[in-house]
Design a protein around this ligand. Sequence first.
Ligand SMILES: Cc1cc2nc3c(=O)[nH]c(=O)nc-3n(C[C@H](O)[C@H](O)[C@H](O)COP(=O)(O)OP(=O)(O)OC[C@H]3O[C@@H](n4cnc5c(N)ncnc54)[C@H](O)[C@@H]3O)c2cc1C
Length: 491
Amino acid sequence: MYDVIVVGGGGAGMCAALAAREHGAKVLVLERAPQDKRGGNTAFASGTFRMVHHGANDIRKVVPDLTEQDIANTDFGEYTAEQYFDDLGRITQYQSDPELADVLIHQSADTVDWLHKLGVRFLPNYGRQAFKIDGRFKFFGGSVIYANGGGEGLMEAHFKNAERLGIDVRYGARGVALLRGARGVEGVRAEVNGVPEDIRAKAVVLASGGFEANREWRARYLGPGWDMAKVRGTRFNTGDGIRMALDIGAQPYGQWSGCHSCAWERNAGDFGSVETRHNGFRHSYLYGIVVNADGKRFLDEGADFRNFTYAKYGRVILQQPGGYAWQVFDAQAKPLMRDEYKLRGATKVTADTLEDLATRMQDVDKAQFLKTVAEFNGAITREVPFNPNVKDGLRTVGLEPDKSNWATPIETPPFEAYSVGCGITFTFGGVKIDNTGRVLDIEDAPLPGLYAAGEMVGGIFYFNYPGATGLMSSAVFGRLAGRSAAGHANA
Ligand SMILES: Cc1cc2nc3c(=O)[nH]c(=O)nc-3n(C[C@H](O)[C@H](O)[C@H](O)COP(=O)(O)OP(=O)(O)OC[C@H]3O[C@@H](n4cnc5c(N)ncnc54)[C@H](O)[C@@H]3O)c2cc1C
């Protein structure tokens, strides 16, 4: 018999499995996807982690390849626990559960160190989270490192460690219900390649993601129109673990009507694919303007660093007429635009004049678009110097909405426009856990033997999300849940 069964072999699940094994447990991971589609949303991730650090020395602990020259050429700044709390609080409108936030923040650096010791290679995220200005990189937005090979590289490291440590992983194995006995939760009813099977264990960790890939639940909980969003990542996160826990009395927690969603290639497929996982990203809106079908701007493209706005703008795009928008750039923005804009599959038009561009953006009101650009260009306070490494205050005045930073005029040809829709990343609602990873019932009492981690835990994110916190949160709470489940099994 197994000590611990982990349902879901993504980032949270594999951290739980590895931590439980380290604490002496015999572990089985049930993964719904076939082996060639394993890794969950984690495998789709760019790989950025948001952790507390106090400058180059802390970064060097987890990036030992950092050279003296790198250090001399880089301002890593620092990211204190207080700054992390401030960002998480502000971004979530102060709804984030303080106890869970405390765990996430205070265990972030130690958990990255744990991953590093498990062989995950980290690198500084130059170019994405720091631009070179006057010969020096300066990190902004609170996130410095990413896992080599992105989320896919991270998951490869996890599976390699699982094999080395003797963790069993079964693919095509979908958890459907929790088994209960005198000790509480005592196993999982699974469908293994379609065949029902009861598998016993002393404790269970649920880590099967949110419900972002469940079209029906999206419409039911996120609201009308959400059935039409594109899923940026895995097709397998349909809320199974959440339902399994609710079925035995777990407390629904967090913002069930909220999710992480961003601008995404308008004609992308219904679900992501790991091979082309970057093609749909459209994150350079900070350096242009975004207009809707009426030819009007509708959001502040420069409200804050990308890390603090991108995850709420998918919803805003979905709410526009037709549920789409166009990101418009001129030649000045080109050097700053992320590489994904060059990848295949972009719905893109280019032109040497704004009139021609407007004609090619066939489903946008042309006259209004030209008026919007003229008004935008005329409202810029041009004497402020442009600097993408700081919130530069190069803004418009008198528009509704204004652009608060990085407001360079749209005036230098050639012009480019990219059509975007809403891509959903993960949902915010889930079950309630305590600060040891135990799933709680409606009276905040633990359900014995049941633990949860990752996207399916509610209460951490509301309304918006600070970039690079998903992987951090799945690692911190996965490791915690695995450790606690092993402790329960050994008791
Ligand atoms: C395109 C994209 C880019 C991203 N980039 C970043 C980034 O750079 N930094 C960052 O911090 N976050 C990023 N994220 C978010 C991050 O990937 C997630 O927040 C995090 O990986 C979630 O981990 P998880 O283990 O909870 O879920 P997952 O990794 O999705 O794992 C859940 C697993 O459960 C399995 N499963 C589902 N149902 C069942 C069932 N019934 N039985 C058994 N198994 C089941 C799934 O197949 C899956 O393998 C990104 C996400 C996407 C989609």
